[in-house]
Write a protein that binds this ligand. Sequence first.
Ligand code: SAM
Length: 292
Amino acid sequence: MNGKPIDFLIRRSAAQLTKAGIENALYETRLLLEAATGISLKKQLIQPDQYLNEKQVRVFAQYIELRRNRTPFAYITGQKEFYGRKFLVENCLIPRPETELLVDLVLENQKKWLSGKPRILELCTGTGCLGITLYLELKTEFAEPDVVLTDISQQALATCKANIMQYCEPDCQIEVVAADLFPESQQFDLIIANPPYVRSKDIGNLEADVFEYEPHLALDGGEDGLDFYRRIAKKIKPFLSKIGNTVLLLEHGSGQRNAIKQIFVETNLDIEKTIELNDYQKHDRILGFVIK
Ligand SMILES: C[S@@+](CC[C@H](N)C(=O)[O-])C[C@H]1O[C@@H](n2cnc3c(N)ncnc32)[C@H](O)[C@@H]1O
């Protein structure tokens, strides 16, 4: 790649990515160049004749090679933007844009659902993008929310802790717990989860970027994709607030809403209200319950 101006390198690399079946190859190439060299997209456009040094050439070539092999962009750069902040993603599911809807939903209803020093639990936290974002967005309105984040993967929790260190004060009220779903018994005002929800038999049909690189532990929701919703419905009772309502918000796969509703209807939980939200593609995506 050496000895050529960046415009030449960009076009040649974009052609390679296009050949590998990457959509928006030119844009991704520019973003990879930015990540590899620190040369912003704007500088790439206004100074197309500039040259890279040897190290920049080497790192850019590595990034392009990884992307040609369908390594997800976020695993190459090590991070993904979520709600305006960059989260480390090593050994975690890459945060998806539609998950930001869960944050929006809480922030829109914060005055109705939360008060005082709210206690928030996130199950299946992965990077921690949801719980950490809620903590950061709510902490000015509410005196230090108490946040508990759980995941069964120690590797994911290590990344989650690194994300907390990036954004939160050392003495912040975020507890990270290795647990199979729920932590030790405590009561919460808000419980959120984006659990694994892909049907086991569909995992092999996921795009190569997902199937080959994202942790299957973060994807596999059992035979019908609903195992985690069943377990949450069965186990949630001791974690509900004793003094007020608890709001439970669940992200789920497209087409799963009615089945999950049925799971909760069949419990003996005292459900006061059901919340339903579709994503940007108008697919059913979030289901919530206000539980008395
Ligand atoms: C779909 S990912 C969600 C990650 C993150 N909350 C997000 O929205 O981007 C599901 C997460 O559940 C975790 N997980 C899988 N089985 C679990 C279990 N039995 N208990 C707790 N967490 C589990 C995985 O390690 C993974 O981090």
